[in-house]
Design a protein around this ligand. Structure first.
Ligand code: ADP
Ligand code: MG
Length: 387
């Protein structure tokens, strides 16, 4: 992306040095329309409008998503400004998701952002959605550090101490905990599964990724085989809580290096269910919790075994998870437990910053603003994007 200096940005006069930096950010890459306001790196509001219309089709219908974004975007932006108690006259820059995503959806957000920037004479910040998922871990107060105590029945600091780890002061202490660079992030969403090495807010490298389905797809496709509605990931999570994860054993693929594969698992689950329901038509209904727990357990072990390998290879001690699948309670708990065993400082964004949201676009926009990484008004949305 073309870099511009602050004085040459897409519009507007320079910002006097001592005024706050207020970013208005828009996310519209898939089926959530979201707007957030961030002032000096602190999130003041994060409004998210979902799109229930896709449920009846068992997946996101791109054309319907674009139309819903067009209906939602103005009220969502107004609500975000109102909640932040912020007028458009105090906004310093406009950030938006430029890539990757559904092109029609991205176009609604990007055109809106560009029009607003031009009308207000403000600079524009073009954000990569996957980079933003990673940086959700840097949102102040976003780190969900509480569950560790619940997992191990003691405070995070005590747990890490007993495991031989030496947590940095503050890491386990509460809401201000943030990962230190360089850190590793496992980004798991409906469209992506990546292990990312982060050297600084804007310097990231993908060191492992899926060769076929994403982890979220593995959840959603498994749920579909079980007759659950879309998106099935959260439902598998819900039923898995009551189930026995060791009841059914699904295979772990042997993929070299740090890459993932989930398509074999999907096929194994399909054949398993076909065999069992041929013998007993009520098999799924009678064993739903155990099947969900076993499927979830395998997806989680595939993810975390690769993350452990990546931590060993890079020597990273601060590890994060991000993306929609990081809302999964089995993954969150297993990640925390592995962190205690391996001596990692572990970070997970709170639920509202895991699935698609504009707060993560705002925080990434904020770091881009600090770097002077502005985009010209000619920038266009892109469905696919290299890092
Ligand atoms: P994308 O941006 O690629 O559309 P998101 O970051 O919005 O993806 O995440 C959506 C994905 O996360 C879906 O596949 C959904 O099933 C999955 N997901 C959300 N919550 C959970 C959960 N609790 N357990 C498992 N998967 C989940
Ligand atoms: Mg996403």
């Amino acid at each position: 992306m073309e870099k511009m200096k602050a004085g040459e940005r897409s519009g507007g006069a320079g910002r006097p040095g001592d005024e706050p930096i207020t970013i208005l950010a828009i996310e519209s890459s898939c089926d959530e329309t979201s707007c957030a306001i961030c002032r000096d790196g602190v999130i003041l509001s994060n409004i998210i409008a979902g799109q229930a219309i896709h449920e009846q089709y068992g997946g996101v219908v791109p054309e319907l998503a674009s139309r819903a974004h067009m209906q939602n975007i103005v009220p969502v932006v107004e609500a975000a400004l109102k909640k932040a108690d912020c007028g458009l006259d105090t906004v310093t820059a406009i950030a938006f998701t430029q890539s990757p995503g559904l092109i029609g959806s991205l176009l609604v957000g990007s055109q809106f952002a560009k029009s607003l920037a031009q009308a207000l004479g403000l600079p524009l910040l073009a954000v990569h959605h996957m980079q933003a998922h990673v940086l959700a871990n840097l949102i102040p107060g976003a780190a969900d550090v509480a569950p560790l105590a619940a997992v191990v029945g003691q405070s995070g600091a005590e747990a890490a101490e007993r495991s031989g780890a030496a947590p940095r002061p503050g890491v386990s202490a509460g809401v201000e905990a943030r990962p230190e660079f360089p850190f590793l992030c496992l980004t798991v969403s409906g469209g992506h599964t990546q292990i990312v090495l982060c050297q600084s807010p804007l310097e990231m490298k993908v060191i492992g990724e899926t060769l076929d389905d994403a982890a979220g797809e593995a959840f959603d496709k498994s749920a579909k085989l079980l007759g659950l509605p879309y998106p099935g990931g959260p439902l598998i999570d819900k039923y898995a809580r009551e189930g026995n994860a060791t009841r059914f054993l699904f295979p772990e693929p042997q993929i070299p290096g740090l890459n993932f594969s989930f398509s074999g698992l999907k096929t194994a689950i399909l054949y398993f269910l076909q065999d069992q329901t041929a013998k007993d038509a009520g098999f799924i209904a009678d064993n739903l919790a155990d099947i969900c727990a076993s499927v979830q357990g395998r997806i989680v072990s595939i993810l975390l075994n690769k993350l452990k390998k990546a931590a060993k290879q890079t020597g990273a001690k601060d590890l994060c998870i991000a993306g929609g699948v990081s809302a999964n309670s089995g993954l969150r708990t297993a990640f925390r437990e592995m962190g205690v065993r391996e001596g990692w400082n572990t970070f997970i964004p709170s639920f509202e910053y895991c699935t698609d949201n504009a707060a993560m676009i705002a925080i990434t926009g904020y770091y881009k603003y600090l770097e002077g990484d502005f985009a010209p008004l000619t920038v266009s949305a892109s469905a696919r994007a290299e890092w």
